[in-house]
Design a protein around this ligand. Sequence first.
Ligand code: 5GP
Ligand code: ZN
Length: 112
Amino acid sequence: MDCLFCKIAAGQIPARPVYEDEDLFAFADINPQAPVHILIIPRRHIASLDHSAAGDAALLGALLETAAKIARDKGLARGYRVVINTGADGGQTVDHLHVHLLGGRSMAWPPG
Ligand code: 5GP
Ligand code: ZN
């Protein structure tokens, strides 16, 4: 499949890995928007959150649990933000489900 994040998860395109297991892969964002900016993805191709199904509940839970674990490992005790951009209006630019973990600075609300 011609998918950038599938290729990153498969090691065909280099990335800075942060965490990996059988189901998930996490790596540094190439264009960081905060001192810590990590992407967490399922190894299996799911185009977006809108393409997930009832059977993906455990996988979705694991994505969030892993975001929290990485945040603790990175020392983000002051807080952090977890974002899943979905679809065109959501600002999604890579069509493989990914969780952004952002931290190391204070975040504004609402987002742009
Ligand atoms: P989206 O806008 O779809 O929510 O986020 C896509 C993210 O992927 C962006 O933050 C962008 O910087 C990141 N990204 C795009 N291409 C690459 C790449 O080749 N390597 C890495 N590590 N990140 C990428
Ligand atoms: Zn993919």
